[in-house]
Design a protein around this ligand. Structure first.
Ligand code: GAR
Length: 227
């Protein structure tokens, strides 16, 4: 994939199912001027999603798209994604950001937006794909956890990795305390990943995402527990 030519403000479509703190981080970064994009539309599959309330509060277009009317169709997931696609295209969305979107995205969307859908996941992929991953990290006894922003491909949580942040897992951690520590980093790296895209600095080569002008000065290893 070649990089985006940054000629105008990147038009984002955000898909969210829940509380929407990652959506909020994106909104905050735009308002702070650190993310050069605009949110063209926020779409949720949950009517009561706090993400839609956040959209309203910031005078963004929010759309609730119920999946129930599609449930009886033969390919209900694809039919639903066609409806999503319709909304995204009506708003001239260039990049889709999944922000706590708890549905599997089908080839209908992926085909229309190849390497133009990002997802944030609360683990250091490829470790712990799927759900309840912070709990799994605690249960496994890993010492370092984190979060990942990646492009979305057909395999769940398998797409090319754009940026990751690592955090230590502490001895007394529960899934909740670890989730909170990871979430703080999610809010930093997601707007950053989108900004890199907006600046046309991301190029996908096979599994790898090359970041033009990335600062690769070594930050030092994260050792947990520390030495
Ligand atoms: C975030 O932790 C995000 O990484 C996770 O859901 C949470 C949504 O929080 N996403 C996934 O697990 C996707 N597989 P938010 O609604 O406050 O942004």
């Amino acid at each position: 994939m070649s990089a985006r030519a940054p000629t105008s403000k990147l038009r984002l479509g955000v898909l969210a199912s829940g509380r929407g703190t990652n959506l909020q981080a994106i909104i905050d970064a735009i308002e702070a001027g650190t993310l050069d994009a605009l949110i063209a539309v926020v779409i949720s599959n949950k009517k009561e999603a706090q993400a839609l309330e956040r959209a309203r509060r910031h005078k963004l277009t929010g759309v609730f798209l119920d999946s129930k009317p599609f449930a009886h169709e033969a390919n209900s997931r694809e039919a639903y994604d066609r409806a999503i696609l319709d909304v995204l295209q009506k708003h001239d969305v260039e990049l889709i950001a999944l922000a706590g979107y708890m549905r599997i995205v089908t080839p209908v969307l992926i085909g229309a937006y190849p390497n133009r859908i990002m997802n944030i996941h609360p683990s250091l992929l490829p470790a712990f794909p799927g759900l309840e991953v912070q709990e799994k990290a605690v249960d496994w006894g890993v010492k370092i956890a984190g979060c990942t922003v990646h492009f979305v491909t057909e395999g769940v949580d398998e797409g090319p990795i754009i940026i990751q942040a690592a955090v230590p897992v502490l001895q007394g951690d529960t899934a909740d305390t670890l989730s909170a520590r990871i979430l703080t980093q999610e809010h930093r790296i997601y707007p950053r990943a989108i900004q890199l895209y907006a600046e046309g600095r991301l190029r996908v080569e096979g599994r790898r995402v090359l970041v033009a002008g990335a600062s690769e000065s070594p930050a030092g290893p994260l050792i947990s527990p520390s030495l």
